[in-house]
Design a protein around this ligand. Structure first.
Ligand SMILES: [Zn+2]
Length: 469
């Protein structure tokens, strides 16, 4: 049942999600440090291929700095080879030109802050993974927030600005009017907020996977406060989480198919492996999505359901209740439907020691609880017929030893129930509504009562029929 890991290492997840920005980031690195990063033939080939694809070219251009003469987009970065002083000068020029009408200086500033944010974010990730000092991590978060706020506020303005949409349309036409038609252009403009927010959504997911609740929260908050619509934010998050959700679903489906085909006795390891692998992925999604998210709810339920099927099949074959209890206690909180919750609760009752509620039940240690049920009344012979049954309430070896020693209040250092409480197990009480009672046989009083009731109901039936008039 081997498969590729669900959660790729953090840096890889980021690289996958941020391919466009990584490219842009490389342009910027080139610009700022005056070093050429595209020196290898392979990378030149990749960049050239990207430029030949009109859509990719348009996406790439979104992250280029653009000259204001309205001409063709310049090289990837007009800052290429610039010193920090020159970079600061360009930024200050754009700030002066930003007048709330011309979209280009605002676009250049959005790109600049976006790329800065990515760089700070990478530094932050690095510091966190290396256990960097709290003060530095805090400062990097503040710096990153500052850059994101400046970038996102501008992207939102641009996405609503007809001048920018016109400019984007003109660029699309220049790049490939035959491929990017008007519909595609409109769609591109409409989805711009989602495309921009998807970066933060991916970073939020990446942080959630790395158990950094604080950074997941930061990115959600940044998206929200930038003023994009709730629908755009939701779609961006959906775009970011979809690949992981799909991998989880496929993993669970494959495992479920395997259960039927595989040797049931060999399910122990793979079932534990499945839970080990899927649980952290679901927990990451829990940190990001609302509690009532439909697809996530389905995945939780699917994990609990699948692992339960494997647990039942495996423990039935081997009698390994320790395995059953281990699986059940780990998947219990993932069940979402009332039916599955009830099934799992009952499976735990059947497999876990009722007295310590901790260790699995041991073979041969169960406490039998006798039940009887009156099945028929025979008034003429002044008696009743009844059935008998014995419920086996699971008990572990330690609790059995404690009960037998007469000092049955603790076992293995913990408080336990006395053996006499076995009748309180749900395995016993769930039989009461079906007419079963505790004990080995009905008392004389019960027999008399049953006969009395039988006669009353017989008389009732006769009087309801009544004499015909
Ligand atoms: Zn026990």
């Amino acid at each position: 049942m081997g498969s590729t890991p669900l959660l790729a290492p953090r840096h890889q997840a980021e690289a996958d999600g941020l391919s466009v920005l990584c490219r842009a980031e490389r342009y910027r690195c080139t610009a700022e440090r005056g070093t050429r990063r595209f020196h290898s033939a392979a990378r030149r080939g990749q960049a050239a291929a990207a430029l030949e694809d009109p859509f990719q070219r348009l996406v790439d251009e979104l992250f280029w700095f653009h000259p204001q003469d309205g001409g063709d987009a310049g090289p990837p970065s007009p800052l290429s080879g610039s010193s920090p002083t020159k970079v600061a000068k360009s930024v200050s020029t754009w700030l002066n030109q930003e007048d709330g009408k011309d979209p280009l200086p605002t676009h250049n500033l959005a790109v600049f802050h976006h790329l800065m944010a990515i760089e700070v974010e990478q530094r932050l990730t690095q510091e966190i993974s290396q256990g960097g000092a709290d003060g530095l991590v805090h400062a990097l978060r503040q710096e990153s927030d500052y850059c994101w706020r400046h970038a996102l506020a501008r992207w939102r303005w641009l996405s609503e600005h007809s001048g920018f949409r016109n400019w984007l349309g003109a660029r699309a036409e220049a790049i490939g009017a035959d491929v990017i038609d008007e519909n595609a252009r409109n769609d591109f403009a409409r989805r711009l907020p989602v495309a921009i927010l998807a970066f933060n959504a991916r970073l939020a997911l990446s942080a959630a996977i790395g158990c950094s609740t604080e950074d997941a929260r930061r990115h959600r908050e940044l998206m929200r406060e930038a003023g994009f619509t709730a629908a755009a934010i939701e779609e961006a998050v959906r775009v970011a989480v979809e690949p992981l959700m799909r991998r989880i679903r496929e993993r669970l489906e494959t495992f479920r198919d395997e259960i039927n085909r595989t040797n049931k006795a060999a399910l122990v390891g793979p079932t534990r492996g499945l839970i080990d692998e899927v649980t952290p992925a679901l927990e990451a999604l829990d940190r990001l999505l609302p509690n009532d998210d439909g697809p996530l709810t389905d995945l939780h339920e699917m994990l609990a359901e699948t692992a339960n099927i494997a647990q039942v099949a495996g423990s039935k074959e081997t009698g390994d209740l320790a395995f059953a209890v281990d699986v059940l206690t780990r998947i219990e909180r993932h069940a979402r439907s009332a039916t599955l919750k009830k099934t799992l609760a009952r499976n735990i009752q059947i497999t876990r020691c009722f007295f310590c509620k901790m260790r699995p039940g041991s073979t041969g240690c169960a406490v039998p609880v006798g039940l009887y049920k009156i099945t028929a009344v025979n008034p003429t012979r002044k008696g009743v017929s009844y059935s008998k049954s014995a419920i086996q309430v699971p008990r572990c070896q330690e609790c059995q030893n404690a009960h037998r020693s007469g000092k049955g209040k603790t076992a293995g250092g913990m408080n336990i129930l006395p053996a006499s409480k076995a009748s309180e197990s749900v395995l016993v009480t769930e039989e009461y509504p079906n007419g079963w009672k505790l004990g080995s046989e009905p008392s004389d009083f019960e027999v008399q009562q049953a006969i009395q009731q039988d006669i009353s109901s017989l008389l009732g039936q006769l009087s309801r029929r009544g004499p015909r008039t």
